[in-house]
Design a binder for this molecule. Structure first.
Ligand code: SF4
Length: 86
């Protein structure tokens, strides 16, 4: 899945796809459900959100909002402390 390395903003905001997959597969470094929902709500209201993806970073947001250290490329939400939920 090419979503996390195809645009400049990913490098600029430090998002690393392999690290995100590791977090999702192991449950280490995930947000709480509440934090993920808060991020998702921000994305749903954002004009950069299109069909589940962010036009700024090119990421699939249903996945990215679950990764604790991820952040919005335009600063609408920030990294949160790691709270494994699995
Ligand atoms: S990550 Fe940021 S810019 Fe991208 S859709 Fe979500 S709120 Fe908008």
């Amino acid at each position: 899945m090419p979503c996390c390395n195809k645009q400049k903003s990913n490098a600029a905001d430090g998002f690393n796809f392999a690290r995100a997959v590791y977090a999702l597969r192991t449950g280490k470094g995930l947000t709480s459900n509440e934090d993920a929902q808060q991020r998702w709500s921000e994305c749903l209201e954002c004009d950069q959100f299109d069909k589940g993806m962010c036009n700024q970073c090119g990421c699939h947001m249903s996945m990215k909002v679950r990764v604790a250290w991820a952040k919005c490329p335009v600063g609408k939400w920030r990294p949160v402390s790691e709270k494994p939920t699995r």
